[in-house]
Design a protein around this ligand. Structure first.
Ligand SMILES: Cc1cc2nc3c(=O)[nH]c(=O)nc-3n(C[C@H](O)[C@H](O)[C@H](O)COP(=O)(O)OP(=O)(O)OC[C@H]3O[C@@H](n4cnc5c(N)ncnc54)[C@H](O)[C@@H]3O)c2cc1C
Length: 438
């Protein structure tokens, strides 16, 4: 029996049956076979999306994990060509020793190139480099009618833009040509500083974001009043000194799914306060490996199991600059007042570099990502409250993290959904798309 697949949040529970594709040359046949057997399917990378955007409407997905070969790597120009199932971890292992790095990386390296394009992922350097899609020179995409189409900003540009952030709906990306960035060391010069309020965060971000390649903040969601929004602000830059080594650390693992969530009303205040006080009020500088800087959670395999059998939901929104501070206050106050809290609360100022993607998530402003153990009150009470704040502030939600957004909200947040729908491959549809479009 084949093991079924889920998304990272393990909510909602729609077990996905994987159908593996192994060779670029077979992709077209594999896609049309699936379409004729089940009606439609969806490409599935590493399942690091949280909600239902990586679930096929039919619950039969086309798994790309074995499309994991490099095709070429130009060590002079830093351009790689690879199959779409290659993960960011594989890319880093190949390119770091040669003095190259990913131009943009999300908070986990266990993401496929195809998945990184389909959600047009962003990282801690959005303010200087924009989204992942900006660094994609071209890709080949296979459609269910047997066509293989090369897309770039110059060639088939409409399909290129619809596919970047296009949620896997416009065809199966077969291979990707990506421009890397040069580095002279795999170490990161990092700096952390505590801030006592949201207001202090904005001052730090105004002063330091533009001077650093990477910046991000962690927020303590449990405090109320004048300390609302206190947290830890972190910056980083690729170091000039040190060698070019790939970090291979032994991993810890959560061996089984907890019967209930270990992240709960009792543990959360302690975790939050402990993490806040672990950091000093004065700036702390350190030269650290890239792994703990970019991927602190990757060290614990299956950490999502700690949220218990019911799984968890992430709520990620971005609020435009002019309303960011007030809306963020409202969101954090709403969380603190319910006591529900989140441990992984990450705030990031997004910049104004425009993505080629038609329905990419980031916009200039402030993004907030929060993880909550699943409970029915999220969708009935807390998230609707958040949604009102986000809607009124002119913000939007991130489909890659979503399991609750209403169709009306999605269509308002992403008016270009119609262009993507026009270019959607009729053999591809997700549970997310079915939820927000029909
Ligand atoms: C710990 C953690 C931290 C994260 N941090 C960030 C972050 O900082 N920034 C951010 O933007 N995201 C972040 N994410 C989300 C993650 O980066 C995205 O969800 C990413 O798209 C997952 O890639 P995947 O390979 O797992 O794709 P999946 O989750 O399997 O699929 C995602 C989408 O890609 C499509 N897809 C996959 N392969 C192909 C293909 N070959 N052709 C066409 N479409 C394809 C799927 O149909 C689906 O729509 C994080 C996730 C985790 C678990």
């Amino acid at each position: 029996m084949v093991d079924t697949l889920s998304s990272w949040g393990r909510y909602p529970a729609f077990p996905q049956t994987p159908h593996f594709t192994h060779w670029r040359g077979d992709l077209s046949d594999d896609l049309s076979d699936l379409a004729s057997s089940y009606g439609s399917t969806l490409p599935y990378g590493q399942g690091r999306s949280y909600g239902d955007s990586c679930f096929a409407k039919t619950d039969h997905v086309l798994q790309t994990a074995y499309l994991n070969r490099f095709i070429s790597f130009n060590r002079e120009t830093g351009v790689i060509v690879a199959e779409s199932g290659v993960t960011l971890e594989q890319v880093l292992s190949l390119v770091i020793p040669c003095g190259w790095f990913l131009p943009v990386t999300p908070g986990t390296k266990f993401v496929s190139l195809g998945g990184a394009i389909a959600n047009d992922v962003h990282g801690k350097n959005h303010h200087v480099r924009g989204t992942f899609g900006r660094h994609v020179l071209s890709f080949n995409i296979v459609r269910s009618d047997g066509q293989k189409i090369t897309c770039s900003l110059q060639e088939n540009s409409e399909l290129f833009s619809a596919t970047i952030g296009g949620l896997g709906l416009t065809g199966v990306i077969e291979s990707v040509e990506l421009q890397l960035i040069p580095i002279s060391s795999s170490k990161i010069d990092s700096s952390t500083i505590r801030f006592g309020s949201l207001n202090e965060f904005f001052s730090l971000s105004d002063e330091f974001d533009s001077k650093n390649e990477y910046s991000v903040a962690w927020v303590d969601c449990h405090v109320k009043g004048s300390s609302t929004g206190r947290g830890v602000y972190m910056t980083g830059n690729h170091s000039d000194s040190g060698d070019l080594t790939v970090n291979v650390k032994r991993k810890m693992s959560v061996p089984f799914t907890f019967p209930f969530s270990a992240i709960n009303k009792m543990s959360l205040p302690l975790l939050n306060s402990g993490y806040y006080h672990l950091h000093k009020a004065k700036p702390q500088q350190a030269v650290i490996n890239y792994e703990p800087f970019f991927y602190p959670l990757d060290r614990i395999e299956h950490w999502n199991r700690a949220y218990g059998r019911a799984g968890f939901q992430q709520y990620q929104c971005v609020i435009p600059e002019n309303n960011a501070e007030s809306a963020m206050h409202e969101l954090l106050a709403a969380i603190a007042s319910t006591g529900s809290g989140s441990f992984l609360a990450v705030m990031k100022r997004c910049g104004d570099i425009v993505s080629p993607g038609m329905i990419s998530f980031p916009m200039p402003g402030l993004s907030l990502a929060l993880d909550f153990p699943q409970s029915s009150s999220l969708n009935s009470t807390l998230f609707p409250r958040f949604d009102t704040i986000v809607r009124e502030a002119g913000g939007r939600l991130y489909p890659a993290k979503d399991a609750h957004m209403s169709g009306e909200d999605f269509r308002t947040f992403y008016p270009d959904w119609k262009k993507v729908e026009k270019l959607r491959d009729p053999a591809l549809c997700s549970r997310f798309w079915q939820r927000v479009i029909s």
